[in-house]
Design a protein around this ligand. Structure first.
Ligand code: F0G
Length: 488
C-alpha cells in the first residue's frame, strides 16, 4: 500500500493555525438572528427540546450533519440526469458502481436512510437472546437491535469515556474484553460484531485500522461476521491518515478500501457520508446479501431505489466519490479542531482530542451543580440556544432510555454536540459560537436543570417535552441584556 499522498496543508506566515476553506460559496440561504426574548419564547414553545424548534427561530443550526451537509455543484448537476424508473433505473447502477469502487463491495442494497439499514440487518441476523459486541451504540442502532431481542454490549477501551485525553483512537474496541464476551455468550449467540466509524455518541472518536484488523482476526477465529457502520467513515479515514503512522502516505481512497475490506457487511446513512438523503448496505457475500434482499423489498421499496428518490441516488453516487477527496472530508474535522482547541484553551470542558461530526461540550464539567437526573446536557443545549440562537443536540441521559423498572439510566457521558455539517459554516460563525459558549461558561451558575412533562416510550429525545426546574432561563435573559445591551 502507501502511495505518496501527503495532506494538502496551508501554513500561515503568522504561525497561527487557521483552517482555510477549499471551496467557495455559490448559493446562500439567509439566516435570522432574533432577539434573546424571542429565542426564550421559542424554547418554551419547543418544550426545552431543541428537536422541537422551528429553523425560522434558529441562527446557526448545529443540531446535526444528517441531511444538512452542503452539496457540491457536481452533485446538484448530477440530479438532472436522474432516470425515473421503478425498476432497473440507470441512476441505481451508477450508485452501485460508486459503492463498488469506493467501499469495494459488490452487492448493494439501497435503503431510505441509515436506520432502515439497521432495521434490515437486525431483522435478518438477530434472534432473541443474542448479544452484539460493538465499540459503542448509536441511538437508532440500539433501538432496532433491542426490538429484535438483541442485547448491545459496549466493549470500548478505558480511554473512550474520558473527556480529556490525547489518545488518538478512542473509538477502538478493547480486544481483551471482546475475547471475554465471546467466551461468556458463545459465538453462536453473537450474530455479528459491530464497529462504528467515528463513534458518534462518545464525541465522534475514530478507531484505527490496526484495531479493526485485531477485531477481524478474533471474528474470523470464531466465524463471526464484522459489520461496519460507515455513516462517518470519511472522517474516520481522515483521522487514520493523520494519526496512524502506517497510513500517513496512503490516500483516503486506499484507507476506505482497507477499512471496508475488513468488514463482511458495510452499511451507511447517506444523509451523512455522501451529503444527500438515503442509505445503503453492501457486502461481498451473496449468502449475506440474500438474507437481506427481500426485507428491502418489503420495508423500503424495490431493490433499485430502496425508498430513495432517483435524483438523490444520482447525488449519492457523486457524493460517495467525493468522500475520497481529502479537501471535502477534512473541512468539518479541521473546523471542529479549531473550535475544540480554542474552547479548551479558554477552560471550557470539551471532548479531546477533537473528533468528527461536531464539537462536544462536557455538560457535567460545564454545569457541575446540575444533577444528572436533571439532564445537564439538555439544559446546556437550551441555555446555549437562548443566549445565541445556536441549536445543538443533547447527547446524554435524555438520549438514552429508561430501564424495565422505569428508572432513568444515567448516560456514561453528558454531551452537548455542536455539529459542523460539511462546508456549511464559516470561520466567523464558528468564532461567534466560541464567543457565546465562553460567555455562557462565565455565567454557568445561572443555568439550572430540566424535567420531563411529556415523555414518549421510544427514542424520547426526538419528541419529548421538558420544563426548567426553576425560572433560570429568565435570569439568563436578564444577565444577557445586562452584558450585551441591545445586541442580538
Ligand atoms: N449510524 C450512525 C453512526 C449515525 O450517526 C446515524 C445517524 C445513523 C446510524 C442513523 O442514520 O439518521 O440516516 O437513519 N445520525 C444522525 C445524527 C441522526 O444526528 O448523528 P439515519
Amino acid at each position: 500500500m502507501a502511495k505518496n499522498q501527503p495532506s494538502p496543508e496551508i501554513k500561515f506566515f503568522s504561525g497561527q493555525h487557521i483552517p482555510v476553506e477549499l471551496h467557495k460559496v455559490r448559493m446562500v440561504q439567509k439566516l435570522h438572528l432574533k432577539p434573546v426574548e424571542e429565542r426564550l419564547e421559542a424554547m418554551e414553545k419547543g418544550g426545552y427540546n431543541t428537536f422541537q424548534l422551528n429553523t425560522r427561530d434558529i441562527f446557526l443550526d448545529m443540531l446535526t450533519d444528517s441531511g444538512t451537509n452542503a452539496m457540491s455543484d457536481n452533485q446538484i448537476s448530477s440530479m438532472l440526469q436522474a432516470d425515473d424508473a421503478y425498476a432497473g433505473s440507470q441512476s441505481f447502477y451508477r450508485m452501485e458502481q460508486a459503492v463498488r469502487q469506493v467501499f469495494g463491495k459488490h452487492f448493494v442494497l439501497p435503503v431510505h436512510q441509515g436506520r432502515a439499514a439497521e432495521n434490515i440487518i437486525s431483522q435478518a441476523f438477530i434472534k432473541p437472546g443474542d448479544a452484539i459486541p460493538m465499540n459503542y451504540h448509536f441511538t437508532t442502532t440500539k433501538a432496532h437491535m433491542e426490538l429484535n431481542g438483541g442485547e448491545v454490549l459496549e466493549i470500548y477501551t478505558d480511554e473512550a469515556l474520558k473527556i480529556k485525553s490525547n489518545v488518538p483512537f478512542k473509538g477502538n474496541i478493547d480486544i481483551n474484553r471482546l475475547n471475554k464476551v465471546i467466551e461468556k455468550y458463545g459465538a453462536k449467540h453473537i450474530p455479528f460484531i459491530r464497529m462504528e466509524a467515528s463513534t458518534n455518541l462518545i464525541g465522534g472518536q475514530p478507531f484505527s485500522v490496526q484495531n479493526m484488523r485485531e477485531v477481524r482476526a478474533v471474528a474470523e477465529k470464531h466465524q463471526i461476521p464484522v459489520v461496519l457502520d460507515a455513516s462517518l467513515i470519511g472522517e474516520n479515514a481522515w483521522f487514520i491518515k493523520k494519526r496512524e503512522e502506517a497510513y500517513q502516505n496512503a490516500s483516503i481512497a486506499e484507507i476506505l478500501l482497507t477499512m471496508c475490506g475488513l468488514a463482511d457487511i458495510v452499511y451507511f446513512s447517506s444523509r451523512k457520508v455522501s451529503s444527500t438523503r438515503g442509505g445503503g448496505i453492501c457486502t461481498d457475500s451473496e449468502e449475506l446479501y440474500m438474507k437481506m434482499r427481500d426485507l428491502v423489498v418489503l420495508y423500503e421499496g424495490f431493490t433499485t431505489y430502496g425508498g430513495i428518490s432517483v435524483r438523490e441516488i444520482e447525488a449519492m453516487a457523486v457524493g460517495l466519490y467525493e468522500t475520497t477527496d481529502e479537501t471535502v472530508i477534512a473541512q468539518s474535522p479541521s473546523f471542529i479542531e479549531y473550535a475544540v482547541n480554542t474552547l479548551d484553551s479558554l477552560g471550557v470542558p470539551v471532548v479531546t482530542p477533537a473528533g468528527a461530526l461536531g464539537c462536544h461540550i462536557d455538560a457535567m464539567g460545564f454545569l457541575p451543580h446540575v444533577p444528572q437526573e436533571e439532564y445537564p446536557a439538555g439544559a446546556l443545549a437550551a441555555a446555549l440556544f437562548i443566549v445565541s440562537g445556536i441549536r445543538g443536540m443533547e447527547r446524554g441521559t435524555i438520549s438514552s432510555v429508561r430501564d424495565k423498572e422505569g428508572n432513568d439510566v444515567l448516560a456514561d457521558v453528558e454531551l452537548l454536540r455542536l455539529a459542523f455539517p460539511r462546508r456549511v459554516f464559516t470561520l466567523s460563525q464558528t468564532m461567534f459560537m466560541i464567543d457565546r459558549v465562553n460567555w455562557l461558561f462565565q455565567n454557568r451558575h445561572l443555568v439550572g436543570g430540566l424535567r420531563f412533562t411529556e415523555e414518549p416510550a421510544v427514542l424520547r429525545f426526538f419528541n419529548g417535552r421538558l420544563t426548567p426546574t426553576s425560572p433560570w432561563p429568565q435570569k439568563l435573559v436578564e444577565k444577557f441584556r445586562e452584558d450585551f445591551g441591545q445586541s442580538l
